[in-house]
Design a protein around this ligand. Structure first.
Ligand code: SAH
Ligand code: SF4
Ligand code: F3S
Length: 478
């Protein structure tokens, strides 16, 4: 068996996974011998960074099984949808995309694999089974590692294979991974969520908190650094809980200190920090660790203490503002970003006014703003939506206008400054220019012939808008 690409630990702990990979690889070899072709796959990812990282594992497994990745409009034999159900419009978009592939599937004989958060909901799986006949394989967030087995079953029987595990699994380390980028990487540190914010479906589809061991995380980051990675983003629904389930306190801060010692890594980011758990030791670590970027994403959700209580967020407006003060004292040039929900059931004009008040006081660099969307199975979905939709739209617009004005004003302050940018490559919107991110996570577009993806540049900011900065490359700095 040719499993030298697998770690000994994976072979010992999950031999069946390695066997199924090998068996699908054999099927693919036979297919290639017979047809002279290689089976192709492409992946469509929706939702958050957890899904981005999961899709790298799925790409890794498919590559290991002998499939070749294609992108864009190139036809593929397998089209994988990594789905999100955090809001209704996310789900609708995914149904739309899957439906739109009917002709392509018929023309190329391709089939669809649907996985990710949306598939953890039985009513979704039923709808897919009954109405989307090109979806041949379904699995959930807890059984990604069974994909090779499910794929083998489908390829050998051509019968639909739907398998979703209800409960979270133990963490399986060392699954294959095909990273999207070399110079920056997502690194999971904790899976699942125990917070049960009343509007949120995530704990229902991602299970309870499970932390990876610090040794595993550090070993992964060291290996990434040796491979040329310069920036890591540590991922968890609430990174501040990292280690709680291992019986450790403040382990997240200790992890940040430990990453300081890894040569090659120049920037550390993390997502997401729940305000109720933003500890003093974490703030100290952000202050003391030179690699930790001066950016904190601290979801507010609402500025009204009354609504925060209904959301089960476990902090007040005053506590949130005091945290902002504390973090700004420790890291004066920190960029703060946030998430805000408008139109939670029962939100009055006064409650909404509190949200505007916090936005004015904090002056976030950027905010992701959402209209509340009831999610089946969450406590908030049982509350009557008593706010007329035109009022919600008006509030949403008012918030977006306010935040855009603030983001623009803050961005303008960078005009004339020289900032460190990690180059991500040609801009997606305008491939003639390069794009990258500052340490504060602002997007910068600039021109320079003497620099490449994965390098650091000093860039002088010439023009600044709410969502991106325009600059002039000054020099390469590493
Ligand atoms: N764990 C992260 C992210 C969760 S999902 C956190 O706690 O911040 C990302 C964002 O989606 C949330 O912060 C919230 O603002 C938004 N969101 C979640 N459920 C929602 C819902 N039912 N309706 C509208 N927005 C929602
Ligand atoms: Fe959802 Fe709250 Fe958990 Fe974030 S912390 S994933 S908003 S339940
Ligand atoms: Fe969506 Fe799942 Fe992330 S519901 S936001 S992809 S954890």
């Amino acid at each position: 068996m040719e499993t030298k690409k697998f770690s000994n630990r994976l072979i010992e702990n999950t031999p069946e996974f390695c066997d199924w990979v090998e068996q699908v690889r054999n099927l693919n070899m036979a297919y290639t011998l017979e047809t002279g072709k290689t089976r192709k796959f492409k992946i469509d990812v929706f939702g958050c960074q957890m899904n981005e990282r999961d899709s790298e594992t799925i790409a890794g497994m498919l590559t290991e099984m002998g499939f070749e990745e294609v992108s864009g409009t190139e036809p593929a034999d397998i089209i994988v949808f990594v789905t999100c159900c955090v809001r209704e419009n996310a789900e609708e978009r995914i149904y739309g995309h899957i439906g739109a592939l009917t002709a392509e599937c018929a023309e190329h004989g391709s089939f669809i694999v649907a996985c990710g958060c949306m598939m953890q909901q039985p009513h979704v799986v039923e709808k897919i089974r009954n109405s989307y006949h090109n979806v041949k394989i379904v699995f959930g967030t807890h059984n990604i590692h069974t994909f090779p087995e499910l794929l083998h079953r489908y390829l050998t029987t051509r019968k639909k294979v739907f398998s979703v595990w209800e409960k979270e699994n133990r963490i399986i380390e060392d699954l294959p991974v095909k990273r999207a980028e070399k110079h920056k990487a997502w690194v999971n540190i904790i899976f699942g969520c125990n917070n049960f914010c009343s509007y949120c479906i995530v704990p229902h589809v991602r299970g309870r908190e499970r932390s990876r061991s610090m040794d595993d995380i550090l070993a992964e980051i060291k290996a990434l650094a040796e491979d040329g990675c310069k920036e890591v983003t540590l991922l968890g629904q609430n990174v501040n809980s990292y280690g709680n389930d291992l019986g450790e306190k403040d382990l997240f801060a200790r992890l940040l200190y430990a990453i300081e010692d890894i040569d090659g890594i120049k920037r550390v980011r993390f997502m997401t920090s729940h305000p109720k758990d933003l500890s003093d030791s974490l703030i100290d670590a952000m202050k003391n660790c030179s690699k930790v970027c001066n950016h904190l994403h601290l979801p507010l959700q609402s500025g009204s203490t009354r609504i925060l209580e209904k959301m089960n967020r476990k902090y007040t407006k005053e506590h949130y503002l005091s945290l902002v003060e504390k973090i700004r004292k420790a890291v004066p040039d920190i960029a703060l970003t946030t998430d805000i929900i408008v139109g939670f059931p029962g939100e009055t004009e006064e409650d909404f006014g509190d949200t505007l008040d916090v936005v004015r006081k904090v002056r976030f660099d950027a905010a992701f703003m959402f209209i509340y969307s009831p999610r089946k199975g969450t406590p908030a979905a049982k509350l009557e939506q008593d706010i007329p939709s035109d009022i919600i739209s008006r509030r949403f617009k008012e918030l977006v206008d306010l935040q855009t004005a603030i983001s623009t004003e803050l961005a303008k302050k960078t005009e004339g400054q020289i900032l460190e940018v990690l180059v991500d490559g040609p801009s997606k919107q305008n491939p003639g220019v390069l794009s990258g991110r500052t340490r504060t996570n602002r997007l910068v577009n600039f021109r320079a012939e003497w620099i490449e993806k994965g390098d650091f540049a000093e860039v002088e900011i010439i023009r600044a808008g709410a969502f991106w900065l325009e600059g002039r490359g000054v020099r390469k700095i590493g």
